[in-house]
Ligand binder design. Structure first.
Ligand SMILES: [Zn+2]
Length: 466
């Protein structure tokens, strides 16, 4: 089947812009034709055929070459990972992270045409981000695509030629409303300015949603292993979900089926690269039970809202507040594992204790933590961060990961003691004892303190005691 040439601006038949398209646009398109020669012709796959990816000759025979880290996005070439160009895609996996499975469901249910190509016409970013020198340094960006939000801008000619190229980053803005911000206004800690913070407690943010795009040689380097060991380990631990990790060593890009992240920015993002302008930052890992539902077993939501308060304050002083929200639930072990650990903590002999806080996770999962912060700083480099004045975190792992990529951190800010929920004393005590930055508030946590810090008893199921 010959590829259908696609004009992204004429995608939707009911779009009024198709009818009222300004005439002067047309010669401009013709003038660009010469450049188009450098763009390969797309081959459109027959989605009625099933091709096994375990047969190297049958699949991805002609991937579009990609030079990760090249400063020219045209030479770098777009990440192509859609089902439309099976023979030419240059990445393993699928778009939308774990949600890719739902697109399969939608096709199975007859709700989605697998040949559908998105209309990206009105989707471009609401603000400019970059480009920054870090974008062409794989040591700084190897787990997201720095051109992932600029698909229509950088790769518009590809789209016109019929390529299905999907953004992996979307940049928009929002008004957000947290009860803690209203409380901070009532307590006089925050003062509305009508620009960044409204009297209602709403604050104005720019935000970017980012899906992971892994450049496998760089991921391997960060984990101090070989690329083949990395590929084999992921293949093995996913029960062979991605045969191309083994059969296609020439394809270096992998879109893993994991959660992404969101960057929230208060203030003018253009100030971020200026080291003389104050920047406040927190990198937060998802904890749905606390972040959304207010569970008191940990410090996640209080730390989140404290950081947002600091971000707003910095933005009001003319600086910028950056909050990165990573979908790494339960230290990237997931919520089921997390709750199993909670039960183990509460039921173990002697009850929940700071002393055995980390060993309980290891007992259940075989490992204490799979967040592995080595990839975490990439979105900071994406938005041009080179210096953080206020780092709202006590984590030594996050701190070290960030400074190891060349970003300077001036102050490390601990969570105010009065914000730590009653049952979260176990967590904070264990973390500080094991290397978290104690700041001024958590000095003096020693082995004796660790031993005596106990959590709430697991007494809400009386039947268990019988
Ligand atoms: Zn938590």
């Amino acid at each position: 089947m010959p590829p259908a040439a696609r004009d992204p601006e004429a995608m939707e038949p009911d779009s009024p812009d198709v009818v009222f398209k300004p005439l002067e646009e047309r010669p401009a398109k013709k003038a660009k034709k010469e450049e188009d020669k450098s763009i390969p012709e797309p081959e459109v796959s027959e989605n009625s055929h099933i091709t096994l990816t375990s047969h190297p000759d049958a699949f991805g025979v002609n991937p579009v070459p990609i030079s990760w880290g090249h400063p020219d996005p045209q030479v770098r070439a777009p990440v192509i990972c859609t089902v439309r160009h099976a023979a030419q895609r240059n990445a393993i996996g699928a778009h939308q992270g774990s949600y890719c499975i739902y697109t399969g469901l939608a096709v199975a249910a007859g709700k989605l045409n697998p040949d559908y190509v998105p209309n990206l016409k009105l989707t471009s970013p609401v603000m400019k981000i970059g480009p920054y020198p870090s974008w062409s340094d794989p040591k700084k960006i190897g787990s997201i695509d720095p051109y992932g939000h600029m698909t229509t801008e950088y790769y518009g000619d590809w789209l016109k030629k019929g390529w299905d190229i999907r953004p992996t980053i979307a940049v928009t803005k929002a008004h957000i409303d947290l009860p803690e911000c209203r409380e901070a206004i009532a307590a006089g800690r925050l003062k509305p300015d009508g620009k960044i913070l409204m009297p209602s407690g709403q604050s104005i943010v720019s935000k970017a949603a980012i899906e992971p795009v892994w450049y496998l040689p760089e991921i391997a380097r960060r984990f101090e292993t070989t690329e083949s060991n990395l590929r084999q380990s992921i293949f093995r631990m996913t029960n062979g979900m991605y045969p191309e990790l083994i059969t296609r060593p020439d394809i270096k890009i992998f879109l893993p089926p994991i959660g992404g992240l969101t960057v929230y920015i208060w203030g003018d993002p253009d100030t971020i690269p200026d080291e003389d302008i104050e920047l406040t930052c927190r990198v937060h890992d998802e904890c749905n039970g606390s972040d959304v539902f207010g569970s008191d077993i940990c410090t996640c939501r209080p730390y989140l809202t404290h950081a947002i308060e600091e971000c707003i304050r910095t933005a009001q002083k003319g600086g910028c507040g950056v909050f990165i929200y990573y979908r790494k639930e339960g230290r990237s072990l997931g919520e089921v594992t997390k709750y199993l650990v909670y039960n183990t903590r509460k039921r173990q002999e002697g009850g929940d204790s700071a002393e055995r806080y980390f060993s309980c996770t290891e007992q259940v999962a075989g490992v204490q933590d799979t967040r592995f912060q080595a990839l975490m700083p990439d979105p900071l480099h994406f938005i041009g961060v080179t210096k953080i004045h206020n780092f709202i975190s006590m984590s030594d792992m996050k701190y070290n990961a960030i400074i190891n990529t060349g970003i300077k951190i001036v102050n490390r800010i601990e969570i105010p003691q009065e914000l730590v929920p009653a049952d979260a004393q176990v967590e904070i005590t264990a973390k500080v004892f094991h290397g978290y930055n104690a700041g001024k508030a958590y000095q003096g946590i020693d082995a004796a303190e660790l031993k005596k810090t106990k959590g709430r008893e697991y007494d809400y199921d009386e039947k268990e005691k019988e």
